[in-house]
Each structure stands twice: as C-alpha cells, then as structure tokens.
Design a protein around this ligand. Structure first.
Ligand SMILES: Nc1nc2c(ncn2[C@@H]2O[C@H](COP(=O)(O)OP(=O)(O)OP(=O)(O)O)[C@@H](O)[C@H]2O)c(=O)[nH]1
Ligand SMILES: [Mg+2]
Length: 229
C-alpha cells in the first residue's frame, strides 16, 4: 500500500469489444490471496501474471494489487488480484481485502505444517465472514521441495474435499500448476449474471500497489459479466 499508481483505462466500450465480429462477454472478479508469511503468495501471483520467479522475493507490506486477464470459453475474465501480507501484524487488515471478493486462494507451504494449520484458520474465517458463494482454492505451494514435505497430498486433498475447496499443489518456482489453479477458479466463477459494474481496464497484465477501497470489483453476490454475444 505504498503508492496509488494503478494502471487502468476507463474505456467504457471495453466490455463490448468485438471479437471476430461478435460482442465478447467480459467478466471481472476480485480475488484475494491469503496465507502465512513466506508461503509464496506473491511468488504465485508473479508467476501467474509475469511468468517470473525471484529466489529472494521481498515480504509484502500491506498488500499488492495486480491484474491478469484470461479467456474462459467465450468469456474474457479479468481477475483483480489482492496479494495480502502474511506477517502477523497485517492480519487485522485481511477483511478489507476479502470483503466483496468472489474468489480466494489460501496458500500453505508443503514443507511447513504450521502454515497448513494457518491455512485452515483462513478457510474457516472466509467461510464465516466472506461472501457465501466465494470460490475458495487451497494451494500447497513449494511442491518442488517435496523431499522436505510435512503435509501429505492425501491429507490436504481430504481436507479440501470436506470443505468444498479446489485443491492443487503448486510451485511458483517451477510454475507447476500455477496457471492451472487460477484457471480452475476462473472456470468456476459465475459468468452468466449481468451487472452494471463490469468495468474492464487494459487487457495486459499490470502490477501496481493500491488500497483495497480503490478496487472497483463487483459486490459479493456473484457474477459480474457485462456484454454478451
Ligand atoms: N522452492 C520454492 N521457493 C518458493 C516458492 N514460492 C516462493 N518461494 C520462496 O519463498 C519465499 C517467500 O515467498 P513470497 O512469495 O515472498 O511469500 P509470501 O507468502 O508472499 O510472503 P509475505 O509477503 O511475507 O506474506 C521467497 O524466498 C520465494 O522465493 C516455490 O514454489 N518453491
Ligand atoms: Mg508476499
């Protein structure tokens, strides 16, 4: 939350840009990443948005805001990604970021059992406090460090199944399952409800830091499509 230089375009026609002579449907969703510090939230987002990985990724201060646009069938899905800070002193800020979010990725580090316990606490908090229809994914990150694993896949999968979560082990380092987990969420998001707030910005990835109040993501009641074929 150190600057306010978010790159957006207010092109009101962007929701209905013609694709192959037809009107494309554009949806926009707010997604939040939660989890203990150093589990790899920022690394997952940077891998997804920029295709990069940094061995010495700096710990996030406050939160970072990024966007990425993907295609799901005939729909352009713009994801507004709030990458929260995992350090204890920022935990009280989390509700600002998950409020109104249509999706969340709760991240743990497969080599650290404490982070899995913390992930479960985040899931519980989302189930109680976030939008009732929020799509939640559980990411067991650092899968490239399987030799140091403390959490077995079957245990995480069982927990995810019991709680209706998408689950994948990921590696921001090798890129394993990174696009896949974001795409699995994007596919599960509702895209058939019209909303007047289906604003869209530039289509390319952008990375900025911002305040959550500036997000124009839609409300907590589901779809945010604008423009239909
Ligand atoms: N081996 C390995 N290291 C990773 C992976 N993902 C992240 N890391 C490393 O783990 C450290 C922490 O990653 P971050 O992305 O900063 O973690 P974070 O969850 O954003 O941490 P906070 O911002 O403090 O909440 C960095 O040194 C990363 O390089 C991964 O998949 N594999
Ligand atoms: Mg971070």
């Amino acid at each position: 939350m150190t600057s306010n230089n978010r790159q957006t375009s207010n092109n009101s026609n962007a929701n209905r840009s013609p694709v192959n002579g037809q009107q494309a449907r554009t949806c926009q969703f707010k997604m939040v990443l939660l989890g203990e510090s150093a589990v790899g939230k920022s690394s997952l987002v940077l891998r997804f948005v920029r295709g990069q990985f940094h061995e010495y990724q700096e710990s996030t201060i406050g939160a970072a805001f990024l966007t990425q646009t993907v295609s799901v069938d005939d729909t352009t899905v713009k994801l507004e990604l709030w990458d929260t800070a995992g350090q204890e002193r920022y935990h009280s800020l989390a509700p600002m970021y998950y409020r109104g979010a249509q999706a969340a990725i709760v991240v743990y580090d497969i080599t650290n059992a404490d982070t899995f316990s913390r992930a479960k606490v985040w899931v519980k908090e989302l189930q109680r406090q976030a939008a009732p229809n929020i799509v939640i994914a559980l990411a067991g990150n650092k899968a490239d460090l399987a030799a140091k694993r403390q959490i077995e896949v079957v245990d995480a999968q069982t927990y995810a199944d019991e709680n209706g979560l998408i689950f994948m082990e990921t590696s921001a380092k090798t890129a394993m399952n990174v696009n896949d987990i974001f795409m699995a969420i994007a596919k599960k998001l509702p895209k058939n409800q019209d909303s007047s707030s289906g604003r869209t910005g530039n289509n390319g990835p952008s990375i900025t830091v911002d305040r959550p109040g500036n997000s124009r993501a839609t409300g907590s009641d589901g779809g945010c499509c604008a423009g239909t074929k």
